[in-house]
Design a protein around this ligand. Structure first.
Ligand code: C5P
Length: 316
């Protein structure tokens, strides 16, 4: 394992930073055996996409204070929010004597399988490390991330990585070739824990990981042309029969020219992979007409940093 320094930096006097937190999709998601700790071993190829939340963090002189403001009133702003838990964890670990105020602009739908909360948590860790001038390695940040949720660690290796174990083993890789995504949120969430229960009830046991997937791990460069035929998500079999709207979206994506269409994570978002921007935008416009549905045409991000510092605002 390397211990590279994270790609963020701030002017030494910065008291505020703005950070973008991207959504992810799972190009492959295999759910393997159940572990003694109740979680499942996973094997996933994850990729960030150009749908982002925005976080502005400002240091406060008030000790041990984490104040979160969010433009989505349906989300909690107390300890139930992963951003608050991430900020609290960083304050504890760094023993910083002040606090932090965070403004969160949500663009990524919640309960959507797009990793929005996890990405916000990773962005909070990166942003605070930056403000406090703490130089955690990627591995150290991943370990902090795992304390908050299984998907958090991935976001320190964006735009793409193979993730295994509960989510703690992250091997960065890059995909070559251009692709566009169309994310379709059906207008309802699916709860992750419930989805795992459905999956466990629906099968006698896990099928072992295919050799051709295992072979992808450790390769630094993957070709979209090779990955695309391997795309699969183990949550589709147990979940799609209960949600016919998701099957309709999948079919619409294929009819609109998608090379692949798949559930992301444990849902509820279904995404399509397109070879060009124009077809993706046309598909998103057409599918977005469905009552209740939200459709986004997004590039598969190629940035090497998951949560980029956009600006330091200087002392406040
Ligand atoms: O880690 P996180 O809080 O995101 O996980 C939410 C739920 O998803 C867990 O409580 C567990 O039921 C399930 N899960 C799992 N195996 C994983 C990740 C999540 O069973 N690797």
């Amino acid at each position: 394992m390397t211990s590279e320094t994270l790609p963020v930096s701030a002017a030494p006097a910065a008291r505020s930073v703005r950070i973008m937190a991207p959504a992810k999709v799972n190009l492959v998601l295999r759910v393997l055996d159940r572990r003694p700790d109740g979680y499942h071993n996973l094997w996933s190829l994850m990729h960030t996409v150009g749908l982002e939340d925005e976080l502005c963090l400002r240091l406060l002189d008030e000790p041990a204070t984490v104040r979160l403001h969010c433009d989505d009133p349906s989300l909690p702003t107390d300890g139930r929010n992963l951003v608050v838990r991430a900020a609290t964890l960083v304050l504890e670990r760094t023993q910083f004597e002040g606090g932090v105020e965070i403004h969160l602009r949500k663009r990524i739908p919640a309960g959507a399988g797009l990793g929005g909360g996890s990405s916000d948590a990773a962005a909070t860790i990166l942003g605070m490390a930056c403000l406090l001038d703490v130089r955690w390695s990627r591995e150290e940040s991943e370990r902090l991330g795992q304390e908050l949720g299984s998907d958090v660690s991935f976001f320190f290796s964006a735009p793409s990585a193979v993730v295994s174990g509960r989510g703690e083993n992250v091997t960065p890789c890059r995909l070559t070739g251009e692709r566009w995504g169309v994310l379709v949120h059906p207008g309802f969430p699916i709860e992750t824990r419930w989805a795992y229960q459905r999956l466990a009830e629906s099968r006698a046991g896990a099928t072992p990981l295919e050799e051709r997937l295992g072979e992808l791990e450790g390769k630094q460069m993957l070709r979209w042309d090779d990955v695309s035929p391997l795309m699969a998500n183990d949550f589709e079999a147990p979940l799609l029969p209960s949600f016919p709207a998701l099957v309709t979206v999948k079919n619409m994506l294929f009819r609109a020219g998608a090379e692949q269409a798949l559930l992301s994570g444990s849902g509820s978002t279904v995404f399509g992979v397109f070879r060009d921007e124009a077809t993706a935008v046309r598909a998103a416009l057409a599918i977005g007409q469905q009552p209740g549905a939200l459709a986004y045409a997004v590039p598969f991000s190629s940035d090497s940093a998951s949560c980029q510092m956009v600006s330091g605002f200087g002392p406040s």
